[in-house]
Design a protein around this ligand. Structure first.
Ligand code: TXA
Ligand code: MG
Length: 324
């Protein structure tokens, strides 16, 4: 199958209507979309990404109103968060109605749902009369795509259409939250909406953090997510440089170069120290660093606040280890 890259929303809608896959731009990363109500179409997502079917998919809708056709037991905090952040990089877990296929939720009675904030995709979602299931549009286990070209590199000839909406503005995936039996908010994944911003809206501190992995049933068995092919190590750069002396190294720095290493071997995530800009650049930089075919990529932590936390989380997941 030949993969076309274009910006024609009508073509994208027609492919989705016909049960085909379309890569869609969002503000976070590109998604690999299919009609969420068509199980044959959803199966194609798992196949194209080589994703295990026990790893559920986020459902994307045009509005909170549309979401309400598929979910129940909406908490007061969820109402507040939807009003504050949708459309935007926040995903919420809700009890699903029966019309959501088990294939989308991998058998769970909860569905993950969000309204993405990208003009092309919002238009597309309002032209079709079904929600789309969409994981990040990368082969399972590799770095998420933030441009149409990244999608093409990973999925060419496996999907008919990539809707090109330019480079993603946020650059890390959505923050995922849900509620436990006591209706207390649980943070499942750090992402494009800062923890601090959520706490401000709900008026209290988030007490429950429960990290999700993409391989919940088999921790340690699968290749970790976001992994580069070149082994990546995270920590204090000076110490890592000692540890890997004599190796061909690439550095991923937050906001400054290290004088002991040639500049051609270094990336800066944000020269002016913006954590938002660092998030936006992260996946592109990981891909470019990977292409330089070094022995190791060495990366440093960002300050653990705002989007710095999401960047650190993704770097940790990209780290060279099989531990989760
Ligand atoms: O920003 C994003 O969230 C992007 C764009 C495309 O919207 N999507 C994305 O999807 O990151 P994906 O599949 O790469 O990551 C979704 C995560 C996975 O770790 C999955 O296990 C979890 O969300 N997830 C999805 N549905 C779930 C559910 N019903 N219960 C628990 N976890 C769920
Ligand atoms: Mg993903």
């Amino acid at each position: 199958m030949k993969t076309v890259i274009g910006n024609d929303i009508t073509s994208a809608a027609a492919f989705l209507q016909a049960g085909e896959l379309v890569a869609i731009p969002t503000e976070t990363v590109y998604g690999l979309a299919a009609n969420a109500l068509n199980e044959d179409a959803v199966l194609k997502i798992y196949a194209a990404k080589n994703r295990p079917q026990f790893n559920p998919l986020i459902m994307h809708v045009a509005s909170f109103e549309q979401a309400k056709q598929y979910i129940k037991d909406i908490s007061a905090e969820a109402e507040l968060l939807a009003a504050a952040f949708w459309p935007g990089p926040l995903t919420m877990l809700f009890n699903k109605q029966q019309n959501v296929p088990d294939l989308v939720t991998a058998g769970s009675k909860r569905v993950a749902i969000r309204v993405p904030n990208h003009p092309l995709t919002l238009q597309l979602l309002s032209q079709i009369n079904f929600p789309v299931a969409a994981p990040s549009a990368n082969p399972s286990g590799y770095v998420s795509p933030t441009t149409a070209q990244h999608v093409y590199e990973g999925l060419q000839d496996k999907i008919p259409y990539i809707l090109d909406g330019g480079a993603c503005g946020v650059g890390v995936e959505s923050t995922i939250v849900g509620w436990n039996e006591d209706i207390e908010l649980v943070l499942y994944r750090l992402g494009g909406i800062a923890v601090e911003a959520i706490e401000k809206v709900i008026g209290k501190e988030i007490k429950h953090h429960q990290k999700i992995t993409d391989n919940p049933n088999t921790p340690g068995q699968l290749k970790s997510h976001y992994a580069t092919n070149t082994p990546l190590y995270l920590g204090n750069i000076d110490e890592l440089l000692l540890q890997f002396a004599g190796k061909k190294i690439i550095l991923i720095n937050f906001n400054h170069y290290h004088s002991s290493v040639p500049k051609e071997q270094q990336f800066i995530l944000s020269a002016n120290g913006s954590k938002e800009e660092a998030a936006k650049n992260l996946f592109r930089v990981l891909r470019e660093a990977d292409q330089l075919q070094a022995d190791v990529i060495l990366a440093e932590y960002l300050p653990e606040e705002g989007l710095g936390r999401a960047v650190n989380d993704r770097l940790e997941r990209a780290q060279h280890s099989m531990k989760s």
